[in-house]
Design a protein around this ligand. Structure first.
Ligand code: ZN
Length: 302
């Protein structure tokens, strides 16, 4: 692991995007302990949970208590997903300084996921960005289904750019493009990344899912265009309860291997990351889709 900032910033998402889809509930203290373990693996950005109603998503109950148990570190960003003003209040109340907000570019997904239209979702997120910036938060604003929708097919570039432009106008610090259903291909990623880069110079994160097995190829296409931030989930843990057949984020260890095998530093201890994947497999009683943990390559001196 290098002392300098790594060339690639991987934000570990399994404490949120992964665990929210599991039927096994992890306690607040267990979630905090796993996040501390992720810090020891070298992660410098971790999405620790979301501020949603515990009645709706019991897996994410007590995210503020998880945060309070974490060791504050200047070199680690703990982020959380915020869906509304009540969530922002909770994030502020526990002393968090970084939040992520999202709007879906698909009408059907927006209705199922958030119970509102795309326009209503965008208006709400604009308001949320304003509120969050007014309270001193760093804000990542993202577009879900930015590369297409399971229900509606293609999503127009213009629609995505309109949202990204609105985020920038409201003062968002970072942009995220999410392939929520995992349907993107590298050519699509290329054209969308180029379009967003021509609109704004804000840092861009890709949040890729691996439903069709193209997640790593999509990350590579984005990296070739200068994208250096990616969300990923240990083992590929995750899915989307509102999209049938959707799989988890790209597996962290496979993404790390992509870059490390090309000599690009990701700042992670891969052996420890693989141990985390194996722990999760044992704890959840199932094999996770990531590849590297099931090979011996990660022990080959990388
Ligand atoms: Zn996701």
């Amino acid at each position: 692991m290098s002392v300098q900032s790594p060339a690639i910033l991987i934000e570990e998402n399994f404490p949120r995007d992964g665990l929210q889809n599991e039927s096994i509930l992890f306690s607040v203290s267990e979630r905090a302990a796993l996040i501390q373990q992720l810090v020891a693996c070298g992660f410098r950005r971790i999405q620790i949970g979301s501020f949603v109603s515990p009645a709706r998503v019991p897996q994410m109950a007590g995210t503020e208590d998880v945060f309070r148990l974490l060791e504050p570190r200047r070199d680690v960003v703990y982020s959380a997903l915020v869906l509304n003003r009540a969530g922002l209040e909770r994030a502020a109340g526990c002393g968090m300084s970084h939040v992520a907000v999202f709007v879906s570019a698909s009408e059907t997904h927006s209705q199922r996921n958030s119970g509102c239209s795309v326009d209503e979702g965008l208006a709400a997120v604009r308001d949320l960005i304003r509120q969050a910036k007014g309270r001193g938060f760093m804000v990542q604003a993202g577009v879900m289904n930015a590369f297409g929708c399971h229900f509606e097919g293609t999503v127009s570039t213009e629609k995505v750019l309109n949202m990204v432009g609105a985020f920038a106008l409201e003062g968002a610090d970072e942009i995220s493009l999410a392939d929520t259903p995992g349907l993107a291909n590298p050519a699509q990623v290329e054209s969308m990344v180029l379009a967003v880069q021509s609109l704004t110079s804000l840092p861009l994160t890709l949040h890729l899912h691996d439903t069709c097995g193209l997640g790593i190829a999509n990350a590579y296409a984005a990296w070739k265009l200068g994208v250096r931030r990616f969300d990923a989930s240990c083992g590929g843990l995750g899915g989307c309860p509102f999209i049938p057949g959707a799989s988890g984020n790209i597996p962290t260890e496979d993404l790390a291997w992509l870059f490390e095998s090309m000599g690009v530093d990701v700042g992670l201890d891969l052996v420890q990351v693989v141990e985390m994947v194996k722990y999760l497999e044992t704890r959840l009683g199932k094999r996770l889709p990531g590849r590297l943990a099931h090979t011996c390559l990660h022990r080959a001196g990388h």
